[in-house]
Design a protein. Structure first.
Length: 318
């Protein structure tokens, strides 16, 4: 009965004055875990401690929005740069929206519930993923003033919508979808990049460009393109294992050098334009065009390999 009385006292104490009775895990109630405990005492006033302390609850997560506050930029891993004094936890929404132009550098693996980059008002707010991986598990967004420089991997169960700028130079995208809306998405850097189960959708108002490095599709990962897609490199879109397809319904332009851009994955052309302005386009992963394809004078499309490339009824090749 005395133990029950002490428990009731513990639960009645305001949180601000209950540091001895509540255990805070991860040093923060924002995104941290709170566990209610009870101790046994030998007197009715609960003053004389007699036995150990037991956890009465399995703990529950307190999630919240954690905002970046350092307008000079700095390291993600420095808690002083966030408004809670602690870095975002796996249950937090990390929001990089402080005024100004600056760069937040992420150099270690981090997990958040969701991510917002950019305040959408003024300046340029940049998140630079140098290694990672960064794990996101809910819908995330790069706003119009946001810049996501991904030189590392992004993974998780969440989705990413880009309304600003994304520059992907290294690593793997392993989230269900990435949507490029009224924005710019560039594939740069000499290192390979992999879509692992990720569908990258370039909306009708979005622009994508590929300037360097191999691109790989695996586990159903692929690109659905309806906007502008400019290829300025002679390189390979490879199948790294059960890769998906590249489907074009926008404006697909092959520029770059005089060599070949090769698709070892299915290349489907369902609308819009395919323009080969320099070098040639090699299709060796199959697919099917159901809309006309235009080739500049002296340029060419090559179909190679054992997988057939089947033209739809009435499709012209000019």
């Amino acid at each position: 009965m005395r133990l029950l009385l002490c428990i009731l006292l513990v639960l009645a104490v305001p949180l601000a004055h209950a540091q001895d009775d509540f255990q805070f895990k991860e040093d923060s109630t924002v995104g941290g875990k709170i566990v209610v405990t009870a101790s046994a005492y030998s007197d009715s006033s609960c003053n004389n401690f007699s036995e150990g302390t037991s956890e009465l609850s399995p703990g529950f997560i307190v999630s919240g929005d954690v905002h970046w506050i350092n307008s000079s930029g700095g390291a993600w891993e420095n808690g002083a740069n966030w408004d809670t004094g602690f870095i975002p936890s796996p249950s937090d929404n990390a929001i990089i929206d402080a005024a100004g132009t600056y760069t937040v550098s992420l150099s270690t693996g981090q997990i958040v519930q969701s991510l917002i980059v950019g305040n959408g008002v003024a300046g340029v707010q940049t998140l630079s993923i140098n290694l990672g991986p960064l794990t996101i598990n809910a819908g995330s967004i790069v706003n119009s003033t946001g810049f996501l420089a991904a030189a590392g991997s992004i993974q998780g169960t969440g989705t990413l919508t880009n309304n600003g700028t994304v520059d992907w130079s290294l690593g793997t995208l392993s989230i269900p979808t990435v949507t490029n809306n009224t924005a710019n998405f560039t594939l740069s850097g000499a290192n390979p990049k992999t879509l692992n189960g990720t569908t990258l959708t370039n909306s009708a108002t979005g622009n994508m460009s590929w300037s360097n490095g191999a691109l790989n599709f695996m586990n159903g990962g692929g690109i659905n393109h309806a906007g502008g897609f400019l290829i300025a490199v002679d390189h390979i879109v490879g199948d790294a294992g059960s890769g998906g397809a590249f489907t074009n319904s926008g404006t697909f332009t092959k520029q770059g050098l005089s060599g070949s851009t090769t698709f070892n994955v299915p290349f489907n052309h369902t609308g819009g334009q395919v323009n080969v302005q320099n070098g040639f386009l090699t299709l060796s992963g199959g697919g099917s065009p159901t809309a006309p394809i235009d080739i500049s004078a002296g340029k060419k499309i090559m179909v190679s390999g054992a997988i057939p490339y089947t033209f739809g009824a009435g499709v012209s090749l000019t």
